[in-house]
Design a protein around this ligand. Sequence first.
Ligand SMILES: Cc1ncc(C[n+]2csc(CCOP(=O)(O)OP(=O)(O)O)c2C)c(N)n1
Length: 361
Amino acid sequence: MLFKSYDPLKGKKLEILDAKGNITNTKLEPSIDKEILLTMYKTMSLGRHADIKAMQYQRQGRMLTYAPNRGQEAAQVGAMSALSDVDWLVPAFREMNAMLYRGVTLEQIYLYWYGNEWGSHFDEGVRVLPVNIIIGSQINHGAGLAYASKLLGKGEVTVAVIGDGGTSHGEFYEGLNFAAVYDAPLVVLIQNNHYAISTPRHKATKAKTLAQKATAFGIPGIQVDGNDVLAMHVAMKEAVEHARSGKGPVLIEAVTYRLGPHTTSDDPTIYREDEEVKAWELKDPMIRFKKYLIDKGYWSAEEDEALDQDNQKVVTETFKKVETSGPSKLEDIFRFTYQDMTPALREQYEDIKSFLNEGGK
Ligand SMILES: Cc1ncc(C[n+]2csc(CCOP(=O)(O)OP(=O)(O)O)c2C)c(N)n1
């Protein structure tokens, strides 16, 4: 039903919680248990702290290149809160909050950005694929995973995440087309954060919305306020039900904004105006969600203060542990692509090992 009322070709965007934290669409306000709402908020808060600290660690020369996700917390956690335990997340590389919500630990996430291969090994039962840097390829991985679940009759749904720029890559079309033709239970979540590094959204495509690309695949698409955690939950819930019931994929466009740089190697002041960033800071997903929880009597300023302090401690202690672990052992870099190292990889491994043993740098 939702998909019919919010036709992206007609330019309608789903919104429930406005920038000030007021409900603007009472009919669609989801009834989410208090405990779940608080878990969602606490995950977003931990993610926000961890993100800010990761930037600082990188600036201090203590962490490798890092891709921040400040501002995109609601798009990720709102979406993940609608999944069931059996479902899969196929991330790109800016999905720290989604990964945290799905059970990846902060230690694992930090290990990854620290250059340690163990940051891609998640605990048994955590249905999340590793960080994927190759833009677009995760849509094919997601389509394959969803199709396999369908063949095995497992009732699982796969959610693959991509950026606005990524929707101009071939694999976005190939993966979604395959999934649509075979009714694979795949939901593709586009986080339209307005930029692909320095390329603004309007230079990546002439399409009015990214959600309307669904029309060409013959599947439902919906554009959502990605800074509205409730709207994201509602849209993803319907998408997941649609996919699980055998009707095939759904495309969701979350309209959000990357408040930080693309990565720690980027200087966004070269390609975007301060005024634009300031305007989006007023639409911060954390502010409106906190207000919503306080208005409902589920949360207080004092509890928020205490949570901030706890998170500071958790983040600092986790990073200390990661620094003690250090970067990967040389062999680990070659060990995890295949179950057994292929002859070509073994040759490369032996090569670099002797190079380093002979004092190479
Ligand atoms: C196949 C491929 N080409 C180029 C790159 C370099 N690259 C890394 S991120 C990025 C932009 C991605 O933009 P978008 O899809 O909008 O996602 P965002 O970074 O905004 O989350 C590019 C071009 C890459 N990682 N993979």
